[in-house]
Design a protein around this ligand. Structure first.
Ligand code: ADP
Length: 243
């Protein structure tokens, strides 16, 4: 359903991704693990063209793009198919929760206002924020702000949602409510790629776990395989450190 081929990316002389290949099936929840600086966030950002890979191809369903030759229209098409949930939420501070969710529907998808409002309200209800439609980000907890971020991604009805360390900026007592929402929407069969350090979540929710180090995929497999019987020394060391 989603196929990444030979994705490479350098920042100056620092090669951050080295010819990454990854296949994600429809409805799968893929968790990407790895030490800090291993390229996880960069890979996620490449999928949404927030970073431009130097090389490589992506296929999402029947849509294909070669990053080397992609033009504006291709990038627009790619972004219609994927939505990102950011570590620091990235909400507009001067817009309410509802307006934040509506923004992409009005600007990118050009939906009529009534329709955008209806869909956005529905998504905020889904993440448990029916009572906060008119609240500004400063009036919301970090967990609530991140749930607005998730509602915003869901409202776009993408083929895949990309989560970039969605709970790492949260106080520990707020992590659970955000993971619960992600777990709930995973149960609805939405394809997700999640960069996280939450091992419990990875074990419970992932169908597929990818371990990255030094800009390459060192090992990947089912959670029971990767956590239970890691094959590679680097994976074993990493799992030992975070246990
Ligand atoms: P991870 O998500 O695994 O912690 P990142 O993808 O954030 O890793 O970063 C991988 C490497 O790329 C790091 O060495 C980081 O410093 C570098 N890097 C990431 N973004 C940029 C950027 N915009 N400019 C320069 N270097 C970057």
């Amino acid at each position: 359903m989603i196929e990444l081929k030979q994705i490479s990316k350098s920042f100056g002389k620092n090669q951050v991704l080295q010819s990454i290949d990854l296949t994600v099936e429809k409805g799968e929840v893929v968790v990407i693990l790895g030490p800090s600086g291993s390229g996880k966030t960069t890979l996620l950002r490449c999928i949404n063209y927030l970073e431009k890979p130097d090389n490589g191809q992506i296929r999402i369903g029947d849509f294909k793009l070669d990053f080397k030759t992609a033009g504006k229209k291709d990038i627009h098409n790619l972004r219609q198919r994927s939505a990102m949930v950011f570590q620091h939420y990235n909400l507009f501070k001067h817009k309410t929760a509802l307006e934040n969710v509506m923004e992409g529907l009005l600007i990118v998808q050009k939906l009529p206002k009534d329709e955008a409002r209806r869909r956005s309200t529905q998504m905020l209800e889904k993440v448990g924020l029916a009572a906060k439609l008119d609240a500004y980000p400063s009036e919301l907890s970090g967990g609530q702000q991140q749930r607005v971020g998730i509602a915003r991604a869901l409202a776009l009805n993408p083929e895949v949602i990309l989560f970039d360390e969605p709970t790492s900026a949260l106080d520990p007592e707020l992590v659970g409510e955000v993971l619960d929402v992600i777990r709930k929407i995973a149960g609805e069969g939405i394809t997700m790629i999640v960069v996280t350090h939450e091992m419990g979540f990875a074990r419970d929710v992932a169908n597929h776990v990818v371990f990255m180090d030094g800009g390459v995929i060192v090992e990947e497999g089912k959670p029971s395989e990767l956590f239970g019987k890691p094959k590679e020394e680097r994976t074993k060391q990493f799992l030992k450190r975070i246990a």
